[in-house]
Write a protein that binds this ligand. Sequence first.
Ligand code: PMP
Length: 286
Amino acid sequence: MRTVYLNGEYLPENEAQVSIFDRGFLMADGVYEVTSVLDGKLIDFDGHAKRLERSLNELGMQKPDAFDDLLDIHRELVRVNEINEGMIYLQITRGAPNDRDFVYPDPETTKPTLVLFTQNKPGLADSPVAKTGIKVISIEDQRWARRDIKTVQLLYPSMAKMAAKAAGKDDAWMIEDGKVTEGSSNNAYIVKGNTIITRHLGNEILHGITRAAVLRFAREAQMQVEERGFTIDEAKEADEAFITSASTFVMPVVEIDDHTIGTGTPGPISARLREIYLEESRKAAI
Ligand code: PMP
């Protein structure tokens, strides 16, 4: 049984309980982060901590008292749960007032809820899927307009994933005003010749921590990067496509809306970026 963290305590997972009045439960009034673990170490912890702080600020949510101890808490969970490869999920909600109300509770009396738990995923980095690639469908992006804030409102992404599954595919790329925003839980990229194209940052997408690292490594390796929107038709004609996220790293995409990308196998640039990303991230892990 896992040991999880809840508001200052390390507990067996079946003993960690949150109020039915918690605003995360009633209003999706919460933010989260997922940090991956390789070789028992945290990948890009600082990037996740900074984005978490930004999400809290954007929502006017107070930091939990333990905010400065988050690195230690992550490490302790990795240690007690013996995680070599996997993820740490972290969630902060605006807490549990003693009733349901649209108005935010007084932060003096209602403290945020802080939860962390581990997900053990042996073989995460050496995923067989990365060798064959994934297939995606496209669907309309019907999420709210502040996708740059990493909130726990994940119903639409969950519906998108179910639509992909119903079509016999792996994931969905979402489209708004004719351009791809991002994948259901990842950033989306295409490759044309030697140029990597991914949507520019803005409120329409989550500012992926993996995205930032991958683009930095790509530029360091003298690859061309264009941060701009692209259409699904442009994507179908691309030489390569891939996604990035903390849990998939760089994952090749070999089919978009039943249209084969390139040769139908992971392209050289995607494969190389995955290699560089894993190598550099392992080196920098803490
Ligand atoms: N976009 C969305 C909508 C996501 O949910 C995620 C994963 N949390 C990402 C992009 C990728 O972000 P990261 O690289 O920080 O995991």
